[in-house]
Design a protein. Structure first.
Lengths: 202, 673
């Protein structure tokens, strides 16, 4: 991972939507009044969700003023965490896990699909500007490898053909069905449970 | 007291100290990069590792509080190995560009790698590269050299009070930068250069100018404001290359303002090196002998009451005293004035024009009231103390008017004399707050003392504070914030026109000869006066002068200055006056010699002895009676200061010009965007 580039094209203004504003105020109440700056991470994430998966500088300033802290404080946090995007990533943000288990199960084939269908390079918008992709480290779904995360949802047990289908749907602005693509429930075995059958709560 | 052992030496230390401080008390030196006495503890450079008995791993001593019975070891194999390891990591990504680095010779990393490092690196990969960052006209960055000690970040947030520097990214990609690479908007910004233990932040105006070992170092005091910060002047031949802070815990701690540090290039430009005479609207060079002869002829045909003198803001006390003697004994004129405006000053007692609580006293104050003063621009170092007090004691700060960002929070009252009246008549919240405060501070600025009701306000406040026991031997809460380095010295020497009318008469073109002794801040609408300018720079004063006598700047002569607290300090001679220029008191002595044949003083010692006896003589002055003690409802407006252009040296300085341009651009476009 290298230092995140801040987009050159920035919107002039950012404000929380009414719904997010009340949510933000609620989040701030989780912390003692003199330590409300602790809410910075939650608010950044809120701003990211509202603004098509990325945080413009205007939003950082807005949050800094919202929490009475300096701009650089917000900027530091925003550049530190990889979950915050500082340049546009499109309405659908695809993150492909390429850590060892996924890699062994063919993650790089998924990467090739992305390269072919979305953009040649990571973090580049597709021609219709509605999605982009990036490689990430382990997303914690190793048992369902290979997998990709699109916005908030996991797409698991993928193969090249299925993943191509998903991408094509996305490019047409249709949200594909999340979850396992081999019909598994969460991380259970493929043909139902094999062990601990008598234990209902297992 | 806690009993600890450092390298088998038993010592007793206070509670709350860190292991590093305990080691220092015991005389064991601990290398460090991120730890700094005046900043919060970060503990991220790991250079200060020591061994503590019963601890399996080496401990970062700067961040470890000392505990009773600790057995600390700083000279074991483990410590040595730990230091070597840390050093190797720090140097892994540090470029080997010491020969072209301005920090060379005074670099902590260089020194400590000599003592604690190993001779070669095992790091075979490519070193990381970090692009340069823009941090304004004073700070040059070379961020590849940065070792991420975060001293600059902590300084900006804690001491300067402008949280604009930060660390972005993480791990190997961590970079220190200002927010979106804007210039730091602080008057203390250049102190990060001193703080930086490596060559990442270096001085932009001083870039590739000299090596530290080539410079002659002279300890001196600053004259850019009345605080009298202690400085070290580094010279190479005649030229003042740079000015650095010198530690004085009572005045400037170990910081200085940007103006103090960087106005020194103004000592090179616009200098007067030979006497000039104005003929047909242009200046002609003239010899000293002829110049003084012309002056003598002029004085001989002029009545004493038609001669006036104005002393300047950078004039040292020797010159002030010599001028006074010249006017009183030789010229027999009473029109010598040191004030630039008719400021109300009560000269009966020294306490009436000093910052009585002292700068270090600010630290314990619990309430501060600012009346017609903007300490951020009038006395930057004093403002830093107020901020320190604000952070430490959560001091309540009030100002009569909205002064913009002062680097701390303050409450704005109304900026009328009515508000002051209410306070001293014990008629509002603030009065009771002052009464209840243990160490209140009332700071009068010069702007408040130029008003018609200045005497009413000042004397009223004095009475109010006296009645409530806030002016005692132990704590005097009445303070005047003078802005000129020479102000308190002039008041000590009684250099104010007793009839209080010199400035008015100058406006009315009453005088025939006016001496401007380093005075460049008064605009004179010249008609038929013969103006003599004695000073160092060709500025406003020399421009209107008929005769220019070249003097010396504060770095070119030994001279006393009394700071706003009344501390007498000496600015030492670090360089010499250019060309035919002479020390100021010598010029004045020569003038008097020419007129009465004797001269005022045989040598400097005689001058100093005479001056001392005068300062120490008790004061009786009826001058303050000339001001009417009346109350008029008027607005108290702090007169804006052109911070980067407040005196001749700063006005001649290219660096100060650049700072001023950048600041005015910021104001135009606004920092919010």
């Amino acid at each position: 991972m290298s230092l995140k580039k801040v987009s050159k094209e920035q919107p002039d203004k950012f404000e929380f939507s009414e719904e997010n504003l009340s949510l933000a105020k609620k989040i701030i109440l989780n912390y003692p009044a003199e330590k409300k700056k602790s809410a910075v991470m939650a608010l950044l994430y809120l701003a990211q969700k509202q603004n098509h998966n990325w945080i413009p500088l205007a939003a950082m300033k807005y949050i800094a003023k919202f929490l009475d802290i300096s701009y650089i404080n917000v900027y530091e946090v925003a550049t530190f965490y990889s979950m915050y995007n500082l340049s546009p990533v499109g309405k659908y943000f695809i993150q492909i896990c390429t850590t060892t288990p996924c890699m062994i199960r063919g993650a790089y084939k998924l990467v090739d699909v992305c390269k072919k269908n979305i953009s040649e390079k990571e973090n580049e918008l597709s021609c219709k500007k509605n999605c982009s992709w990036t490689e990430v480290e382990c997303l914690g779904a190793c048992i369902n490898a290979p997998m990709a995360q699109i916005n908030q949802d996991y797409y698991e047990d993928l193969n090249v053909k299925q993943f191509e289908g998903i991408i094509k749907d996305i490019l047409k602005d249709i949200k594909p069905k999340p979850g396992s693509y081999r019909g598994r429930v969460n991380s259970e075995p493929e043909k139902n449970r094999q062990t601990l059958i008598e234990n209902k709560n297992a | 007291m806690l009993k600890v052992k450092v390298n088998d030496i038993d010592i007793e230390v206070e509670e709350g100290l860190t292991v590093l401080q305990a080691c220092e008390i015991a005389g064991a030196e601990i290398p460090r990069f991120c730890y700094h006495e005046k900043l919060s503890i970060a503990g991220n450079c790991r250079m200060c590792l020591v061994e503590i008995e019963k601890s399996k791993k080496p401990v970062a001593s700067c961040a470890m509080p000392v505990a009773d019975g600790m057995n600390i070891k700083t000279n074991t194999k483990l410590v040595e190995k730990a230091r070597k390891g840390v050093m190797e990591f720090l140097l892994a990504n540090h470029p080997l560009d010491c020969p072209v680095c301005d920090q060379g010779g005074e670099c902590d990393l260089q020194d400590q790698s000599m003592f604690y490092g190993i001779d070669k690196s095992r790091f075979k990969e490519n070193k990381r590269f970090v692009p340069e960052k823009y941090m304004g006209p004073l700070i040059k960055t070379q961020m590849t050299r940065c070792i991420h000690c975060t001293r600059c970040v902590r300084f900006a947030t804690e001491v300067a009070g402008v949280p604009e520097i930060g660390a972005i990214g993480r791990g190997e990609d961590m970079q220190i930068t200002t927010y979106l690479e804007k210039a730091m908007e602080s008057e203390l910004s250049a102190n990060v250069i001193d703080l930086c233990p490596v060559g990442a932040l270096t001085s932009k105006p001083y870039v590739f100018e000299a090596r530290p070992w080539e410079l002659k170092k002279t300890e001196s005091v600053d004259v850019m404001d009345a605080v009298g910060s202690n400085i070290r002047v580094d010279t190479y031949g005649w030229e003042v290359k740079r000015i650095l802070p010198k530690i004085n815990e009572d005045i400037n701690e170990e910081w200085i303002s940007d103006k103090t540090r960087y106005a020194c290039d103004g000592l090179k430009y616009q200098r007067l090196d030979v006497p000039y005479i104005k003929k047909e609207n242009s200046f002609k060079k003239i010899s000293w002998h002829d110049a003084l002869q012309i002056l003598k002829d002029k004085i001989n045909v002029t009545k004493p009451e038609k001669i006036a003198g104005l002393t300047g803001d950078l004039t040292n006390m020797e010159t002030l005293f010599a001028s006074k003697e010249l006017f009183h004994k030789v010229l027999k004129s009473k029109n010598l004035e040191s004030r630039e405006k008719n400021i109300y000053i009560n000269l009966n007692d020294r306490k009436n024009y000093l910052f009585n609580s002292e700068i270090k006293g600010i630290e314990k104050s619990d309430l501060i009231l600012l009346i017609g003063t903007n300490p951020r621009y009038e006395a930057t170092m004093l403002n830093a103390r107020i901020r320190k007090s604000f952070l430490k004691n959560n001091t309540e700060i009030f100002s009569l008017e909205d002064l913009g960002d002062l680097t701390y929070n303050y409450k704005v009252l109304s900026n009328t004399t009515e508000e002051v009246k209410k306070i001293i008549e014990n008629n509002c919240d603030i009065s009771s707050k002052i009464k209840n405060a243990k160490y209140p501070l009332v700071i009068f600025g010069e702007s408040a003392l130029t008003l018609n009701s200045s005497k009413y306000m000042f004397e009223g406040f004095k009475k109010f504070l006296n009645e409530n026991n806030k002016i005692t031997e132990e704590w005097n809460s009445l303070n005047i914030l003078n802005t000129n380095a020479s102000a308190v010295g002039s008041y000590d020497l009684d250099i104010v026109c007793k009839t209080n009318e010199t400035l008015e008469k100058i406006d009315k073109n009453f005088f025939e000869i006016i001496f401007l002794i380093g005075q460049d801040n008064i605009s004179i609408d010249k008609k038929n006066e013969f103006i003599v300018y004695i000073g160092s720079h060709g500025d406003k004063g020399a421009e209107i002068a008929d005769l220019v006598l070249p003097g010396a700047a504060f770095t070119e002569q030994n001279g006393y200055f009394t700071n706003l607290e009344g501390k007498l300090q000496m600015a030492f001679k670090a360089s010499y006056p250019p060309g035919e220029a002479k020390e100021d008191w010598v010029i004045i002595n020569e003038i008097s010699k020419l007129i009465d044949g004797n001269g005022l003083f045989k040598d400097k010692n005689e001058l100093l002895n005479a001056m001392n006896s005068q300062i120490n003589s008790s004061k009786k002055n009826e001058f303050s009676n000339l001001f009417k003690e009346e109350y008029i409802n008027e607005k108290i407006l702090t007169l804006p200061i052109d911070y980067y252009h407040s005196n001749v040296i700063a006005r001649s300085s290219k660096t100060m010009n650049e700072c001023r341009n950048i600041r005015s651009k910021l104001k135009k476009t606004g920092t919010e965007g």
